[in-house]
Design a protein around this ligand. Sequence first.
Ligand SMILES: NC(=O)c1ccc[n+]([C@@H]2O[C@H](COP(=O)([O-])OP(=O)(O)OC[C@H]3O[C@@H](n4cnc5c(N)ncnc54)[C@H](OP(=O)(O)O)[C@@H]3O)[C@@H](O)[C@H]2O)c1
Length: 260
Amino acid sequence: MPLTGKIAVVTGSSKGIGFAIAKEFAENNDAIVIVCSRNLKQAQIAADKIKGNVFADELDVTDDMSVNKFINRILYDHNRIDILVNNSGYQFDRNIWYKKFHEGTIEELQRIIEVDLKGSVRLSRAVIPIMLQNANTDCKKENKGGVIVNISSTPAIAGYTEGSPYNITKAANIALTKCIAKEYATNNIRAYTLALGSIATLGTIESMTQEERYSAAQESSMKRWGKPEEVAKVAACIADNSFSFATGNTIVIDGGTILL
Ligand SMILES: NC(=O)c1ccc[n+]([C@@H]2O[C@H](COP(=O)([O-])OP(=O)(O)OC[C@H]3O[C@@H](n4cnc5c(N)ncnc54)[C@H](OP(=O)(O)O)[C@@H]3O)[C@@H](O)[C@H]2O)c1
């Protein structure tokens, strides 16, 4: 199978899109997957719902010490990391999302940046030396380097009438992908951004009124919400070696809303 033997870390995989990616990696692609939550019990509950080689661990991407301990545990148990999916996201907060740009506060922006941007930078910086080590020590060509996937959103590319703190932060994720792709391409470390439209996770759906949900669906050419599993299938594709001559790309998954 495409990801057999690969060690994959999916941040924020206790639920939603992260959970679907972890499940797809483990069940349909045979990866060894680390399911993460800030709460170990939640991570274990999620991991128990997935068949295959799955391990639960505790990770707060906003906390250096938590990241260091997490990385050390993985190295101790598995000795390498091949795939990192920076999926953790600050929860959908309608008080922030529906404010006009000029009404928002720096503190609100900071809260989102801490998780979605600084969290992704922190994890990538911790994992890249391990991926470089993979390149130095493993003689099998397909096991050198690694793959980093950053989760962004379509308003980061096309702009939007709401949610500016999220959109500003998610735009920076696209730049993060490009920095990694350019700096480490010769080390066989590839990086991608998944720019998502409306994906039906409980966190998003339950915070919206029926009318808001309907109008979000109508924005897409397919006139529907995407499913977390539809994101997970794409993540699994780019994590394997089929994408060996592509890096730094932004892959839009939004039912044909924004066309580049
Ligand atoms: N759903 C959409 O329509 C949509 C659209 C565009 C982009 N996205 C992006 O896709 C990603 C997943 O979205 P989702 O809808 O699946 O979100 P979700 O259901 O709210 O899940 C968010 C995940 O992030 C984790 N998390 C939050 N703060 C964290 C922290 N400090 N450290 C580590 N993990 C943390 C949560 O884990 P614990 O609470 O268990 O720690 C949870 O597993 C996010 O980056 C989001 O911005 C989603």
